[in-house]
Design a protein. Structure first.
Length: 417
């Protein structure tokens, strides 16, 4: 464990490569008022590299500027996106034997399977890429350890082998649910586990939602269900990694939260907006019309399944080469809330704010580069497709009882009012 470091080197795996180079240095200090202040500067050798790409198209563009930020506890959005999520932080804290680490420690202690193409270290020369991953054969063991961590029954001893294994072999992808990264002959997958306190078989339902979204014309991450020890595990294909004969290439990745220049605090949630997000999207992606239309479909889909967990971290952008694009959809979950007249999304979706309503969704169609009749047809076609939701979820293994439990999420009356 590092001892409260104040700076680190930032590594990046360039497009098509399988090992990293040093991009620059990140320093975390305090202002005179005691607030965190982050600084980042690209290294001269990196700027001289003809293949160099910017870490992100928002804050850390490729230049000799010393960038500064006081937002996000001094951590630039793209660096935060490469750090551990809520679940990953729990495991790192368990491994460290203490309840809270510095933001820089979280970056340094998270494993090599982190999202995107960045890495962090105290040495100027980046380490060799990690070649070891959990196998899908390990899923039962990983499920048991994840459940023990949920129950807070893993030991605090940093040397405990099971903590070491769970930490070092896959924890840093997004979200708060128990997860690990596993490998099979096709590549890397994010394994998501059920929790004992889930109201329904979450893995089966999420898998079914990805298939339902695909039927609605949405680009989604590949997924499948594995049943081990009588328990279902959802495997979602890593879209920021590609397996080659030399190893894994890595795509740069930033979250919608970073694109919106926002965070999870209540003060910045005024920027939690699909309308603002599509405006920013149009500035950074290679195919604005294609990705704007895709984002419109996802907004409509989330409203039709009452997905009120569609926060900006559940949208992201990737760059496998120099060009950025909207990533495949992931983390699509229904919420069978009680209200029949009004339900809200996590992000504003039109003139009426967060109201998950067809008229509201259509109110800003032009921002999504859609003519009114095009937008109306997308909404109408998706409503028609959604009428088959029950058959779809049952076809993908959701039990009759679970289908009845989540039925209130779909096509709620207020959507069409």
């Amino acid at each position: 464990m590092t001892s409260n470091p104040a700076e680190c080197f930032v590594y990046i795996t360039l497009p098509g490569d399988v090992s990293a180079v040093t991009a620059g240095k990140f320093v975390l200090e305090e202002t005179r008022q005691g607030d965190p202040l982050g600084r980042f500067v690209y290294g001269k050798s990196y700027l001289d590299n003809p293949r160099a790409v910017p870490i992100d198209p928002i804050e850390l563009k490729l230049s000799g500027t010393t960038y500064e930020t006081v937002r996000l506890d001094g951590v630039f959005g793209a660096l935060r996106d490469a750090g551990p999520d809520f679940w990953g932080r729990r495991i790192i804290e368990k491994h460290a034997g203490k309840a809270k680490l510095s933001e820089l420690e979280y970056l340094l202690e998270s494993p090599d399977d982190r999202a995107g193409a960045l890495g962090f270290g105290l040495n100027k020369v980046p380490p060799a890429p990690q070649r070891k991953f959990n196998k899908t054969l390990d899923l039962e063991k990983l499920q048991e350890m994840a459940e023990a961590l949920v129950r807070d029954e893993l030991p605090n001893d940093p040397a405990a082998p099971q903590v070491q294994d769970l930490l070092l072999l896959g924890t840093s992808m997004g979200g708060a649910r128990p997860k690990a990264v596993v490998q099979d002959r096709d590549g890397l997958w994010l394994a998501k586990f059920n929790r004992p306190d889930d109201r329904w078989n979450n893995t089966r339902v999420e898998h079914a939602m990805l298939q339902l979204a695909r039927q609605c014309g949405i680009s989604v991450a590949d997924s499948r269900i594995e049943t081990v020890g009588g328990k279902d595990v959802l495997l979602v294909k890593r879209f920021d990694r590609e397996k080659t004969a030399k190893g894994y290439t890595r795509a740069r990745m930033i979250s919608g939260l970073t694109v919106l220049r926002s965070d999870e605090s209540a003060a910045t949630r005024t920027r939690w907006s699909y309308v603002i997000l599509v405006e920013e999207l149009r500035r950074i992606v290679a195919e604005p019309k294609k990705d704007a239309r895709e984002l419109f479909r996802r907004m409509c889909f989330n409203a039709l399944i009452s997905n009120n967990d569609d926060h900006p971290r559940n949208h992201c952008f990737i760059a496998k080469d120099e060009a950025w694009k909207l990533s495949p959809a992931y983390d699509l979950t229904p919420a069978p809330v009680v209200s029949l007249d009004r339900r809200d999304l996590a992000m504003e979706c039109g003139d009426l704010g967060r109201f998950a309503n067809a008229r509201n969704i259509l109110s800003q169609h032009a921002r999504f580069l859609l003519e009114k009749d095009e937008a109306e047809k997308i909404v109408s076609d998706m409503q028609d497709q959604m009428k088959n939701w029950y058959d779809t979820v049952r076809a993908f293994g959701v039990s009759e009882n679970d289908a009845e439990t989540i039925c209130g999420a779909f096509l709620y009356p207020g959507f069409s009012l």
